[in-house]
Design a protein around this ligand. Structure first.
Ligand SMILES: [Zn+2]
Length: 132
């Protein structure tokens, strides 16, 4: 990410995970992968992700990328209520979690709300050193 983009990092964009428009399971897999950093097993993470996706689809029609982000936000709330009070923790400020900031492509990132720094792409929480 261009450092000059920081100031506008939270501006609304009209695209979410465009690379996954035709790949719901691929988009949800990113969420399930990150959920495992909260201590969930792969099986449990995938079950929660698909369950949440099915419930979301009951009342709305979203493209896969949008659905995956909705699922990620729902499950982040679930984890913070039931598993870890701050998840995923910001590496720079342990007192607050990172939030997903949508991008036009698959580079939607877990981002520090205080500094605007993108810490890890969705699906890469376990290996944040690969973040841009
Ligand atoms: Zn922070």
């Amino acid at each position: 990410m261009d450092p000059d983009d920081k100031a506008t990092g939270f501006a609304a964009t009209d695209g979410y995970l465009r690379d996954y428009d035709d790949d719901l399971s691929g988009a949800l897999e990113l969420v399930a992968t990150d959920l495992q950093t909260a201590g969930l097993t792969r099986t449990d993470a995938e079950r929660k992700v698909w369950h949440s996706a099915e419930r979301t689809l009951d009342f709305t029609t979203l493209i896969p990328g949008e659905l995956a982000l909705a699922v990620a936000e729902t499950l982040q709330e679930h984890v913070m209520m039931h598993v870890a009070s701050t998840w995923p923790p910001c590496p720079d400020h342990p007192q607050h979690p990172l939030w997903l900031v949508p991008g036009d492509t698959a580079d939607t990132s877990w981002t520090c709300a205080a500094s605007g720094t993108a810490i890890a792409r969705l699906g890469e929480l376990a290996s944040p050193s690969t973040a841009p």
